[in-house]
Design a protein around this ligand. Structure first.
Ligand SMILES: [Zn+2]
Length: 421
């Protein structure tokens, strides 16, 4: 069922229509996993012309709510259509064989960066099709990279690393586009159960999830991901070019503010250093950064857990690390790495020579999706903040990769963190 808001004499009615008009300007069909863009069909999430829509939800992930606020506040004219002049990608990515495989990619639109090109005919007919992926260039300045140059671990080459210590990158922003039958299959649940849970757990936000089983694509109101590529993006798809990669989940407190209770920023910047070194040696580097704050539990839950950890009897200790999260959140983790490899397949990746991650969940998801992993690179001991030993030792005991010793229960209970003072 679709809805339209009609204003008349100050009264506003929400008209629910079960089947928007089809025909020449009706909703185009989506054949997910089709080998070409023309056969797949465009993803149309516009709120301007409801009869064109072929998805549940709308663009911009969680920011779609701000767009609604801007319309409500009168700052944005309802029906504004994006002018896409000069917005096309700086780097050509794909198409790759994985784009036509409905088992390999279920949570992003592989054609999302090139809609202006591949769906030019639809656009000319008046369809409001928006990119869900944007590709641009940047220079990034990081104090850790500057330090690596000062300590001569990295050298300026004028290509990957410039005289001003900045690194040259291609960066890619990606919004989530879920093909519900494929997402359900990834988690071994029925599509009907997935739709019902999404409907109920968002407080009934998207009735079409349960009333329109014929619409298979959902633009969920969640954060997306950002890629930082060091070297030539097309080399990512060449298994003969050494690929150094980290898949990193957002941790704002550490990544941006340097909070020392975890290893997130030190591991991220170590991975960037490895990516730069790899690209300078003729390889290519990739950081895939997902907006999954606090294991996708959110920052409020995360900070509640920090307090619970530090106030428990015996103080913050590695043997109770996962238990305290489970007490507050009900689970240890909600990141669902099952969907994470999609972006790697979008990039055409078949082999990661150096995976800068110790996570067994990430490793299992990547290799389980058919991507070969060579070496696994752990965080150097000297980069682990003192207060983050609780986290890293608990994770190693739970199965995270290490080339050192795995702590037993007695050792784990002895790893203590700082108090709240
Ligand atoms: Zn962290």
């Amino acid at each position: 069922m679709g809805s339209e808001i009609n204003g008349s004499h100050g009264a506003r009615h929400i008209r629910l229509t079960s089947h928007p008009g089809q025909g020449a300007t009706g909703a185009p069909a989506i054949h997910w996993g089709a080998p070409t863009a023309a056969e797949r069909g465009p993803v149309v999430g516009t709120t301007v012309n409801r009869s064109q829509r072929n998805v549940i939800g709308t663009h911009s992930g969680s920011y779609g709510v701000y767009r609604a606020l801007a319309v409500a506040a009168g700052n944005l004219v309802k029906g504004h259509r994006a002018d896409l002049t000069n917005t096309s990608p700086t780097d050509l990515i794909g198409p790759y064989p994985q784009w036509g495989d409905a088992d390999k990619i279920v949570s992003i639109d592989p054609w999302g960066a090139s809609v202006a090109d591949v769906f030019s005919e639809h656009l000319a007919q008046g369809y409001d099709i928006r990119p869900t992926i944007a590709v641009t260039k940047a220079h990034i300045h990081l104090p850790e990279v500057r330090q690596a140059i000062a300590f001569q671990r990295l050298q300026v080459d004028g290509k990957v690393l410039l005289d001003d210590s900045s690194a040259v990158v291609t960066k890619v922003a990606i919004e989530p586009v879920w093909w519900l039958p494929g997402v359900a299959k990834r988690f071994n649940v029925t599509e009907a159960d997935l739709r019902r849970a999404l409907f109920e757990e968002t407080g009934g936000m998207y009735p079409e999830l349960v009333t329109r089983s014929d619409i298979e694509v959902f633009l969920p109101p969640i954060g997306g991901q950002t890629l930082y590529i060091f070297g030539d993006a097309r080399d990512l798809a060449n298994p003969n070019v050494t690929l150094t990669a980290r898949v990193h989940d957002e941790c704002n407190g550490s990544d941006v503010f340097g909070s020392d209770i975890c290893t997130c920023r030190p591991y991220l910047t170590h991975a960037i250093e490895e990516c730069i070194r790899g690209a300078q040696a003729g390889g290519v580097g990739l950081i895939a950064y997902s907006r999954k704050e606090g294991r996708a539990l959110g920052e409020v839950t995360k900070f509640l857990v920090y307090n619970a950890r530090k106030r428990q009897e015996g103080g913050d200790r590695a043997d109770k690390y996962f238990l305290r999260t489970e007490c507050v959140a009900g689970v240890q983790d909600m990141r669902f790495q099952e969907l994470m490899p999609d972006v790697l397949h979008w990039l055409g990746i078949r082999k990661i020579h150096r995976l800068v991650s110790m996570s067994n969940d990430k490793f299992d998801a990547i290799t389980g999706s058919g991507i070969e992993v060579g070496e696994r690179v752990k965080i150097p001991d000297e980069l682990v903040p003192a207060d983050a030993r609780v986290e890293i030792e608990a994770k190693i005991a739970a199965g995270y990769f290490t080339d050192g010793s795995v702590p037993d229960e007695v050792m784990l209970a002895a790893v203590k963190g700082r108090g709240l003072e």
